[in-house]
Unconditional design. Sequence first.
Length: 749
Amino acid sequence: RSVNGNSYITAANTPIGQTYGYLFRDCKIPANTGATLYFLGRPWNNSNGSVTSNTKVVFFNTAMSNSINPLGWTKWDATTDTSVITYAEFKSKNLDGTPTDVSKRVGWSKQFTVTDTVGYNIQNMFNGWNPCSVRTDFCTSPLTEIAVSNFKGVKSVANANFSWNISWAMTGITYELYKSINNKASFSLLSSSVSTNDTAINFSGVDAVPPAGSTYYYVVKAYKTGYTTTFTDTIPISSTPTINATVNSLTNFLQGSTAPSGSQTYIVSGVNLLNDITITAPANYEISTDNTSWNVNPITLAQTSGNVANTTIYVRLNATSAGNYSGNIVHQTSGAGATYTDTVSVSGVTQSTPLLTFNLLQQWKLVADSSDDAATRAVGLEVTQPTLNKLYLSNGIQVPAITAYSTTYGQAFGAKANGDGTWSTSAGGPGSTLNRTYYEQFTIKPSSGFSVRVDSFIATTAFNNTTSGIKFAVVYSKSNFTTDSASVTGGRDVTGTLAGTANGAFATPIILTNQTTGPTAFYALALNAGNGVNIGVGETLTVRLYYACGSGNPGRYAMLKDVQVKGLAPINLPVKIASYELKAVSTNQVQNTWTTTNEINVSHFNVQRSVDGKEFKTVGTLAAKGVGNYSFYDNQLPITTNPLTLYYRLQSVDKDGSKSYSEIKQLIIRDEQLAISIYPNPANNVVTISCKNAKEVFIIDYLGKEICNKKIINNQQSIINVQRFSKGIYVVKTIMNNGEIKTAKLIIE
């Protein structure tokens, strides 16, 4: 390892009652030029009062380099019981054969005498079984191979410094470092060295850095007479300007009509730069380095000594009109007579209506008990408490700091009835495989007369003191899992969007983390692909959280806190539309009729119309009168041609301003007397206009100026030459025999 730190040669798990454990005899622990020191051993399964191993490891007559920590051995943590551990050495020596200084070894380790070593032989340790008899070559050392690993180059201001390791150290290996300056078309020898002993495992070389705009490639060849020659992978050392735009998860942007979209981020960095990096966003997109200042385009990232450190770039969509927008964010720099770029693609939608606002609907903090938080529970939702099925709260004894509920650990539970935090199948748990019968269940239930939409489920959760097969999944149902069941459809954690292979669904569960100081890993999971689940009056949404853990030891508690449900605020639905009907009653009139029951605090009804079933506008309003019958005539139908398709709905507005909606009704009007016939449309030469029972036709330009009119006799068609008219959009107006006026649109190309 090239950084400071500790590591371990053994992590033994010797069963209780077993006489012998690991024996290392006549071994070599070679020199390591890295900064890490190694302990001879660290015990396993011996901590937090749970001792299922009496660890035994001994080193006899072993040559040790200075890479071994002077302490020799270490505990797992402060709770380790050292009285059951046998960590021992006998005649440890340095690589030059002199005795190792063991004066700083931990006091609970042992230095064996000759008497202590009696019994450490194959006959005793294997109870008469001779492993050498299994195969004739079992106890014969195989020929060591030449195996070079970890070849790397590190670029400094003036030099490229190379290093590599040999997996099996031996004398007489020749190492040759080669360089290519023509993109690996050919290589030339740069340096050569020969290993002089069988204990050194690290080797090195050096070269001047390539000139600006160039990249050199390097490879190591290793050989010795009687051995197979080996080559390392080829590595580059570059002075070519390079921009790296790293995108972890950039999803489609969505912007409402009243504000820019939410921002998303990616990372930009640069190396070997001769000039600054400029970042240019495409039209309708904005970029920022602080998520506050959005009026700079392009952004300039200044290079320092040829580098730009990782820089977070924020992106948002801010179009002025509805539509689909896509393009590339371009990152560019120049140098050595060339231009270097990297791009990030973006796409998004700006809609003509504001975005929906998602609210915190209900929260269970789970730090004192399982009650939901009354202060954050939305009006219109009932009080509910989660329940555990085949999962059991901590007994507070196995790990005294982790009680059933606490501010630090939240709710702690396992799969064994005694509350000791065990999950293994032998203890009655699910083990490392999710099981449909092991879960915690939450319910979201609207109060009488309310409905709600639930979009996401959020939880902070982790496991204590284990990484073995720890899994988490979320599934929901509107029938309490009797007729329907659906998994969440992915979401986010603190690092970004969850991978599809671990997105919280039952078949692709999240792999949880080990957090011994309490859970901080949170997950925001989408229901119904982010479209939400509507929970109507009298319905209940049931959410189940499934857990699994592969560890067979106690104290491996699942921890859960700050569970939240988000979505659209509950809607009060005190009014019930008993019936709602549409009827075309004349050439330019539609009648809306409806009856109500259960009107409570209703202020008025808005009649809303649409030509596409999506965008609605209010065309009339009637005051509420309690329970009764209502009728409204829409006399201003939109300009169109036959047939005319319209959509209507009722908007019920309460006295507190809350709104609810009826079902959407469709009406198709197919009557020749209701429409003007224009053919062709668009037109460029002549156009034929007809309308039954019309007596006169006019063509009006966009300024409202009448540019043509013709009398109609006996319902004859009007044929008009439009070549003399400018290209554009016109209005055709007809006056009916009864004085009624009809209009339609004409396009002249």
